[in-house]
Design a protein around this ligand. Structure first.
Ligand SMILES: Cc1ncc(C[n+]2csc(CCOP(=O)(O)OP(=O)(O)O)c2C)c(N)n1
Ligand SMILES: [Mg+2]
Length: 739
């Protein structure tokens, strides 16, 4: 569709009298309200700048120059009905949606009562659940993919309304703590600056929105600069509108965002297009930045006066004021009166905010995880169903880890219609007609763990995504914010890094930074690990400690099929984001096969398993090192009579300190073994804790066995030399036992 450029001329009603005159659909009262909001927004910025200079607040980001487009968006969309992923210049939008100036000042002073974050986030990081303004972070652009997921979530609930039902009470289930609302024609708004449109996630989001024809309005507030970098250095050709014009299914608008009337017209058209279900819209709003980027920036260092003066001619405050005067909507007295009212309101708000109490230091750990559902609790401790022996009395063959992961996913999808599975290649066949006509059997994942699920549960619930890991996690985060339970797959751990920003700065921190206003309990399943003979550098990495280092993220790493089933079910039903690490080498290993433990089998997080009891030496490990360490321990017992107590942690965050402490207190010797590179690995933390807290119990130094500090090589001889082998474990155990 061609770009629509709004002519900011007035639209007159048919009879054209002064009273009924409409301005692109806005009444005179609405225009006065628009000016009030624009003026309020600017004056809050000015007050904050003053407060910052007086050291009464600690940071300031202004929305100056962006007020016209913000107010227009707020008037065209509906708070508490549509959904909003604004960015830091959207003060006027937030005011138009119903946020009070007092709430903004509370964030500035970092008050306990700051409704956005309880003093955890900088000012202008909006979060107001009742208005559907979703918690915002500081990385430029990480909100965009979540907005896409949010729109997908809304559409999913509209198509599957029963999914919003609450589960029967009594069972441990994240659904009890999520208030799902949805409208059939809701729209999701997301905004960003011109510089931010350079981020890859922006393009991933545009692609996903176009592919899904999703009702998302992308609003680029183009003030011509990203801190000091001008748009022509940022955007090839200097126009983001031109670059995105080829995206299908979009409605495009390019507008002077300092003109609230023209902006309202553009937003109204964009909103209508989205509400009617035609697809996403793109609003490119040309705005100005009359103040420097932030108080830490001085734009005179890179912008000459003439340029700044040119911008000032388009200032939305004076511009709207002149418009009201010209149109006879308000006279000078009316303007003065309005401004006086605003000043008085802000004075009261500032005075109150400066009196507000700061948060208590004891509250810092609140809401790192769900306060409602503890996955380490007994609620997640259920018994495995013991299978009946068949008539011939022969024990049936055990199920592999791959089998039981698939079965658990299937069981849970039957039980909970909020579960959606997506990722690269996870569907049976994207071209559904091939499946229907039985021309193909279907793929279901490169390791086939999701095989048959699309066939059984349909395309809405199991689908392939573009090859874009940030998009997989970002969309999942947006969906989970709405109440869905995305169980997504990252095909190989080695390729999780594009999603790192979403995992580290969004998924794991959303509950904490919004002071429990929002949560997003996503499950990310990841195939991890080596011992593959041929996996090489990019199909064999571990690196779990990078993720256990992230507060807010549960990390699970099972070593056998029954544990995988029990822990995956806990991951799915719990209320926290979970990284579920599946060792590729263990998927179909004969080690650790087990019977189907039933559709309600769960293992609480943070409970280790003693794989081999012993009295002489404790070995703490997990994942694919478990069978290797067991082999070594059995050999040591056979050959030397040394009894090793082998602990499989199963869950890395939280981890079972009590079991480690009890065992080391008994054996007085500890070896920590893991597949990842030795230095700064997961075992370093365990070793440090043992040294710190069990020093008096130790008869020997705490030792570690792990991979060499290098990447995993292709040639099996090299791979063997790099990864810890049973013999390395045997020698380390022997040496430590003899110490
Ligand atoms: C991912 C990321 N990189 C860098 C920054 C530091 N930073 C904050 S704002 C900004 C410029 C943003 O420019 P633009 O998107 O045009 O928005 P504007 O501030 O001009 O409205 C930068 C580089 C950041 N917050 N996040
Ligand atoms: Mg900019």
């Amino acid at each position: 569709m061609a770009t629509t450029k709004t002519d900011p001329k007035l639209a007159l009603t048919a009879n054209g009298t002064k009273k009924s005159k409409l301005y692109e659909g806005l009444t005179r009262e609405q225009l006065i309200q628009a000016y009030r909001l624009i003026y309020t927004s600017r004056r809050i910025d000015d007050r904050e700048i003053l407060l910052k200079r007086q050291q009464k607040i600690y940071f300031q980001m202004s929305g100056a120059g962006h007020e016209g487009i913000g107010v227009a968006a707020g008037l065209a969309l509906k708070a508490g009905y549509d959904w909003f992923y604004p960015y830091y210049r959207d003060r006027a939008l937030c005011l138009a949606l119903g946020v009070k100036p007092y709430d903004m000042f509370l964030q500035g002073v970092g008050a306990a009562d700051d409704p956005s974050s309880g003093g955890r986030q900088m000012p202008s990081h909006w979060s107001y659940p009742a208005l559907h303004i979703v918690t915002q972070s500081s990385p430029t652009g990480s909100q965009i993919l979540q907005a896409v997921g949010c729109a997908e979530g809304g559409r999913y609930f509209a198509r599957h309304p029963k999914a919003a039902d609450l589960p029967a009470s009594g069972s441990a289930d994240y659904r009890q703590f999520k208030n799902v609302t949805f409208q059939g024609d809701e729209v999701t708004y997301v905004s960003l600056g011109d510089g931010t449109s350079s981020e890859g996630e922006f393009w991933e989001a545009m692609n996903a929105a176009a592919l899904g024809k999703l009702p998302v309005i992308f609003c680029v507030e183009d003030n011509g600069y990203a801190i000091s970098v001008p748009v022509e250095v940022q955007t090839a050709g200097g126009s983001i509108s031109r670059l995105v014009s080829g995206f299908p299914n979009f409605h495009f608008e390019e507008v002077d965002g300092t003109d609230p009337v023209a902006s309202y017209a553009a937003f109204s058209r964009a909103t209508r297009y989205c509400r009617e279900g035609h697809g996403p819209a793109f609003v490119h709003a040309h705005v100005i930045r009359p103040y420097s980027h932030s108080l830490s920036d001085d734009e005179r260092l890179y912008r000459p006066d003439a340029e700044r003066e040119r911008d000032a001619q388009r200032d939305p405050v004076t511009r709207t004021q002149m418009f009201l005067l010209r149109e006879g909507i308000l006279d000078e007295k009316g303007i003065n009166q309005l401004e006086k009212e605003v000043e008085a309101e802000l004075q009261i708000a500032v005075d109150r905010a400066l009196e507000a109490l700061p948060p208590a230091p004891e509250s810092i750990m609140n809401f790192v995880y769900s306060p409602d559902l503890d996955p380490a609790s007994l609620a997640f401790d259920t018994q495995a169903v013991v299978p009946e022996l068949p008539a011939d009395g022969k024990k049936p063959a055990g199920k592999t880890m791959a089998d039981l992961i698939t079965t658990t996913l299937r069981d849970e999808m039957k039980r909970d219609e909020r579960i959606v599975i997506f990722g690269e290649d996870v569907a049976d066949c994207s071209r559904e007609e091939y499946l229907k006509r039985k021309l193909v059997k279907g793929k279901g994942g490169v390791f086939k763990l999701t095989f048959g699920l699309q066939n059984e549960f349909g395309n809405d619930r199991v689908f392939n995504t573009p090859l874009a890991e940030a998009a997989i996690v970002g969309r999942a985060t947006g969906m989970a914010t709405r109440g869905l339970k995305p169980v997504v797959e990252i095909q190989f751990f080695d390729y999780i890094w594009p999603a790192m920003m979403q995992i580290r700065d969004e998924l794991s921190v959303i509950r904490w930074r919004s002071n429990n206003g929002f949560s997003c309990p996503v499950v990310i399943r990841v195939a991890i690990g080596g011992y593959l003979t041929g996996g090489a550098i990019y199909h064999s990495q571990c690196g779990e400690s990078v993720f256990t280092h992230i507060p807010g993220l549960r990390v699970v790493f099972p070593s056998n099929s029954q544990d995988a089933a029990g822990l995956l079910r806990t991951a799915i039903r719990c209320d926290d984001p979970v990284l579920f690490l599946e060792h590729k080498r263990l998927y179909r290993e004969s080690f650790g096969r087990a019977a189907y433990p039933g559709p309600d089998y769960m293992i609480p997080f943070g409970k280790a398993k003693i794989v081999h009891p012993g009295t002489d030496l404790t070995v703490i490990t997990y994942g694919a090192v478990v069978p290797r360490a067991l082999q070594a321990a059995q050999k040591l017992e056979r050959e030397q009579g040394v009894k090793v107590e082998l602990i499989d942690l199963r869950c890395l965050n939280p981890f079972d300190w009590d079991t480690i402490a009890a065992s080391v207190s008994k054996t007085n010797r500890a070896l920590v073994a893991y597949e990842d590179t030795l230095s700064w690995g997961y075992g370093a933390e365990i070793a440090a804790r043992i040294a710190d807290q069990l020093f008096d119990q130790l008869d020997a130094p705490v030792r570690r066995v792990a991979a060499k500090d290098v990447f995993v090589a292709y040639q099996p001889i090299l791979e063997d030399a790099i990864l810890p082998q049973p013999n390395d474990l045997f020698l380390a155990m022997k040496e430590l036992a003899e110490y």
